[in-house]
Design a protein. Structure first.
Length: 375
């Protein structure tokens, strides 16, 4: 059997899923992660049925279900009156329709499950990729002065991807003029709020003002995500602290349920939202991209992590049985399988109108990364 040595830069969701999928194809996959240890940072990951079905085939679905919540519905509500404009059954209904439920989970729990599924030698921490050299093999140069020779480089290193910069030069993201706030609230702190077992999107008076709420940690916690226009904050990191009072002031005219949730927030993170246009190509030679490195998107369809998981599965499928001489054509198939879908989700996320009213979610939730016919 043909065996490739594949270096994956970035130990996020897409990178770890790619390693797991590629190892199962018989390749030697190694994740190079710049952090010296995996920390429980971030808060939410919304895994819709298309992603959960892919993770189930990777063998981590049962572990995820131990700590995740399963939203009962996906609801759209009007910011002031609370009127419902759409209600899509999830949980058992989604499992029957799409073969998997929606799971909302702490990012740390998802990363821990993926890490535990990989052999120890497949993850190397404290390795920040800085430069790629293309010769007889692909050489990854790291910030500590070391290097690694591989057959294929996969850039799963996120929105500020060093691999993308090496392949395509610096990108110039466009600031949306929006900032986002993220917070986690104990469910017991908001007993009066309705629909806490559902994924609820509160659509504001304008498309750029909204609040999204959904359960975490078996329903014991509630995650809050909110956006508003603000031109004087340009920091893109989603771990920077924000001002809770500022958050409450922005949404002071929203429905009482929203105000109650924000009143219960002890702390909040704040991040500016940027957009990138879909890329015309993801690969150069024996190097390619996946996840946010290839198609970063604003979070309004909650598909960023899901697209990275789909990428990982399709990349592994396109590399099944492939040797070094066939890598270029395999990467072309991978791009053909993924670029149109991810561009559609990027643009749909930016438009921020998906499922505001009654609509069909099948094109997103019904996608089967394992069953898709390859180009």
């Amino acid at each position: 059997m043909t065996k490739l040595k594949i270096g994956i830069c970035g130990g996020g969701i897409g990178g770890l899923c790619a390693a797991l999928a590629l190892l199962r194809q018989g390749h030697e996959a190694v994740v190079f992660e710049r952090a010296k240890q995996f920390l429980r940072i971030g808060a939410d990951v919304n895994l819709t049925p298309n992603a959960v079905r892919a993770l189930d085939r990777l063998g981590v679905g049962e572990v995820l279900r131990e700590t995740a919540a399963r939203p009962t519905h996906r609801i759209s509500r009007t910011w002031d009156t609370g009127e419902e404009t759409s209600r899509l059954p999830m949980s058992e209904a989604a499992e029957q329709r799409y073969g998997a439920p929606q799971l909302t989970i702490h990012r740390g729990d998802l990363l821990s499950a993926l890490e535990a599924s990989l052999p120890q030698e497949a993850i190397r921490l404290g390795k920040q990729a800085e430069r790629i050299e293309d010769g007889e093999s692909m050489r990854i140069h790291f910030a500590d002065g070391s290097h690694e020779d591989v057959d294929l480089v996969v850039g799963g290193d996120g929105i500020h991807s060093a691999v993308r910069r090496e392949l395509f030069g610096e990108d110039r993201p466009e600031f949306t003029g929006l900032v986002s706030y993220r917070a986690v609230v104990p469910r017991t702190a908001v007993p009066e709020v309705e629909n806490l077992d559902a994924f609820t999107k509160w659509w504001g008076p304008t498309p750029d003002v909204q609040v999204v709420v959904f359960p975490l940690t078996r329903g014991e916690e509630v995650f809050v995500f909110a956006t508003t226009p603000q031109d004087d904050w340009r920091e893109e990191s989603w771990t920077l602290p924000g001002d809770v009072e500022e958050l409450r002031e922005v949404y002071k005219d929203f429905h009482p349920d929203v105000r109650a949730l924000l009143a219960a927030c002890d702390s909040v993170t704040k991040s500016a939202l940027y957009v990138r246009e879909p890329m015309s190509r993801w690969s150069v030679g024996h190097a390619t991209l996946l996840g946010d490195a290839a198609h970063p998107m604003v979070p309004f369809m909650a598909q960023g992590a899901c697209m990275a998981i789909e990428d990982a599965v399709l990349l592994s499928r396109c590399l099944e049985g492939v040797g070094r001489d066939d890598l270029t054509s395999a990467l072309e198939r991978y791009e053909q399988a993924r670029k149109e879908r991810t561009a559609q989700v990027q643009r749909g996320s930016r438009a921020n109108d998906w499922l505001k009213g009654e609509g069909n979610a099948d094109w997103v939730y019904g996608y089967d990364a394992w069953g898709l016919e390859l180009p």
